[in-house]
Structure formats: C-alpha cells, structure tokens
Design a protein. Sequence first.
Length: 183
Amino acid sequence: MLNVAHYSAVGSLRDSSPFVIRALRPGDRADLLAALDRTSTQSLFRRFFSVRRSFTEKEVDRFTNVDFVDHVALVAIVNENSRPAIVGGGRYIMLRPGEAEMAFAVIDQYQGRGIGSALLKHLIAIARTAGLRKLTADVLPENTAMLKAFERSGFCRHQTQAAEPIGLELELGHPRPPTATPQ
C-alpha cells in the first residue's frame, strides 16, 4: 500500500534541471505562502477564479492540513541559490466517494517547464492507486497551457457548450495487480 504522506519522486524540468515532487508536509506552511507571494495576480486568478493576494487563516489551514485520503497535496521543489523552494503544487479533494476535484498552481517563472504536467501525472497515479473512479477539474478558457496538460493526460471536456470555466474529467480504471513473472 502506498503511503502518500511520504510520497516523493525526482523529475527533470524541460531544461534538464532537477526537481522533486513530494507530499505537502505540515512544516511547509511558510514556504507555501512564500510561493503564493511569488505568483502573479493573473496566475492566482487562474487558480482561484478570483483576484486573491491574501488568504484567511482558515483558508491557509485548509490548504496545509491534508489527510492524504480525502485531500491529497503534492508540491514541486527546486533548488534556488542552494536552498529548496516550493515552486508549484497540486492537489485533489474528494467531492463524493470515488470522485475528486483537482487544482494546480505554479509560480510564473516555472510555468511552461513541465512542473504542472508532472504534478498532474503523479496525482493521477496516486488517485488510481487509491481506487478513485473519476477526477475532475475546472479550468478557465484562457489557461490554454493547463487545458493542454489535462487533455494530454486523457481528460475530456464534459460540457457541450462554451462555458466558463471549462469542466474536465478523467475516468480512471482501477489499477491492475502486478502479474507474476514465470520463473
């Protein structure tokens, strides 16, 4: 069984620079808030669908206190000036049994470098392992990079008419148990 609270994986940005994707930890609160401070108003609008520069204590607690069952959160970390820095994050939150909604944010200077796609890939794998049946996401039409990332990952638009935001969903198959190799 995968212990998501201790999840960690290494990846490479499009320029081959290394980064780590790992589970959000309780001690990440200050670093997560610092990442939000480094994110443009436009990028925060794309994430929250409203102009946000500050968050209430209750909102910050909801973002940082995850149980890794009904609320799974990962962060992307790079080394900046020889120090680890959170530069992106993704999460899913259960809406109903077997179905969760996803959301992502990447600070502007790291957008378009593969972090959002990597977070998405890892969260899909975790959701499959957890036995979820469906993942959903809402994306503003102007956020074309995230729309493309979702669609490359198999998400389909589930609305028949133009709507804002655009609803996306991915039906998940249950993970297959490993097959034994003949000896």
